[in-house]
Design a protein around this ligand. Structure first.
Ligand code: NAG
Ligand code: NAG
Ligand code: NAG
Ligand code: NAG
Ligand code: NAG
Ligand code: NAG
Ligand code: NAG
Ligand code: NAG
Ligand code: NAG
Ligand code: NAG
Length: 290
């Protein structure tokens, strides 16, 4: 049996056809043939609280030619991660175009990681620490004998804690200073201090914000330790000087995949440093107003 009146989808599909035709006709005249690299590199990375992340970052929706390989981000559970010297760091904040705050992912909200491994804090080029980062003072020792308080009380600041590792209780200590420096300035037997901490199964050096280290020192506890780790530390880098000129000319900064050189992706095609805009793009705006 036929419906007494016309099926509403008949009208809808006619509308759709007209709209599609209009879009197809208008699109090329409105945008020209925009360069695919320009379009792809125009879209910033969004991951959780981290929004509007562009050059030199790449990864996710930004192909490799939109940034530098050291700045590849992944997004896990709304958290942006960056891999530096084979460690995953959470990107907590990006400030401007040349600084970010990161924190070790395996130490997020804990000082008992799932895998105990000896690590020293390692950062490689193009990254360097911000001036408020203390890279080598916060040291965590795991699998230690209980160290006599004659030692721990003099090696300011140190605190004992425990972790469980596959069912075993592991005794640990954290220090806010390099143990060698502490030992050399201490009145207690130098080699005794070094050998007590040297006997621990694992040692881990973590970078931290100077102000967070001072907070641990004024009130050493597992709470101040975890918040110091989770607050993260600053990394800085030097951004290609061509990038600001490229952006100002209406382009998107990127990197030539084969040469590794800086590229400025412009609406029509890539250029080596900036779009030859000035004369072309203002004309597009004046066309519109006619
Ligand atoms: C741009 O991104 C789209 C969608 O991710 C992809 O299909 C296309 O290949 C990219 N273009 C280029 C030139 O990489
Ligand atoms: C996103 O970043 C670009 C370039 O860094 C900037 O021009 C723009 O204002 C930012 N947008 C928002 C919404 O923050
Ligand atoms: C990143 O670092 C982790 C260590 O947390 C390592 O196991 C992994 O292989 C690295 N990933 C990449 C892509 O390099
Ligand atoms: C850490 O280094 C010490 C000394 O080199 C070594 O005895 C220990 O087995 C290492 N621990 C781990 C978990 O690799
Ligand atoms: C501690 O200091 C000694 C001597 O100054 C140095 O060799 C060592 O690398 C430092 N350790 C850390 C973890 O920075
Ligand atoms: C150090 O590690 C070994 C092997 O994992 C373990 O048998 C030993 O009990 C650990 N030492 C301490 C003090 O935890
Ligand atoms: C880091 O440790 C060194 C000595 O090991 C000390 O001179 C410096 O003041 C410490 N920095 C902070 C922020 O505690
Ligand atoms: C310092 O301690 C080491 C190891 O505990 C010991 O062998 C040495 O005799 C001590 N030296 C002094 C001067 O007490
Ligand atoms: C270090 O801590 C201070 C004080 O909380 C803060 O203003 C600064 O932004 C922090 N630095 C970094 C790199 O996060
Ligand atoms: C750029 O290089 C990477 C790695 O060599 C490759 O996966 C990617 O497809 C290349 N992209 C373009 C647009 O050539």
């Amino acid at each position: 049996m036929m419906h007494p009146h016309r099926h509403p989808f008949g009208d809808l599909s006619l509308c759709f056809l007209i709209a599609t035709t209009l879009i197809l006709i208008r699109a090329p005249t409105m945008h020209g043939a925009e360069d695919a690299s320009y379009l792809n590199c125009s879209s910033p990375i969004q991951c959780g609280d981290l929004q509007n992340v562009s050059y030199p970052f790449l990864g996710l929706n930004r192909p490799s030619y939109c940034g530098l390989p050291e700045f590849e981000l992944t997004c896990q559970d709304n958290t942006a991660l960056i891999n530096i010297s084979n460690e995953d760091y959470r990107v907590l904040r990006i400030d401007g175009t040349s600084q970010m705050t990161v924190a070790r992912n395996d130490y997020w909200k804990t000082f008992c990681p799932t895998n105990f491994k000896n690590t020293t804090q390692e950062i490689t080029s193009p990254f360097s620490y911000t001036t408020d980062t203390v890279a080598s003072n916060l040291t965590l020792y795991y699998g230690c004998q209980v160290i006599p308080t004659t030692i721990t009380l003099t090696t300011i600041i140190t605190s004992q804690f425990t972790c469980t590792n596959s069912g075993n209780i592991v005794t640990g200590y954290f220090l806010t200073k390099n143990v060698s420096d502490v030992a050399s300035s201490s009145s207690v037997n130098f080699s005794a201090i070094v050998s007590y901490f040297g006997d621990c199964n694992t040692s881990v050096v973590l970078a931290a914000n100077q102000s967070a280290i001072q907070e641990i020192e004024s009130s050493p506890s597992s709470t101040t330790l975890v918040s110091a780790i989770d607050e993260g530390f600053g990394l800085t880098w030097t951004v290609d000087t061509k990038c600001s000129g490229c952006l100002a000319s209406g382009g998107q900064c990127g990197r030539d995949n084969s040469t590794g050189n800086f590229v400025c992706y412009c609406p029509d095609k890539p250029y080596s440093s900036a779009c030859p805009g000035m004369s072309i793009y203002p004309r597009l705006t004046s066309n519109k107003s006619i």
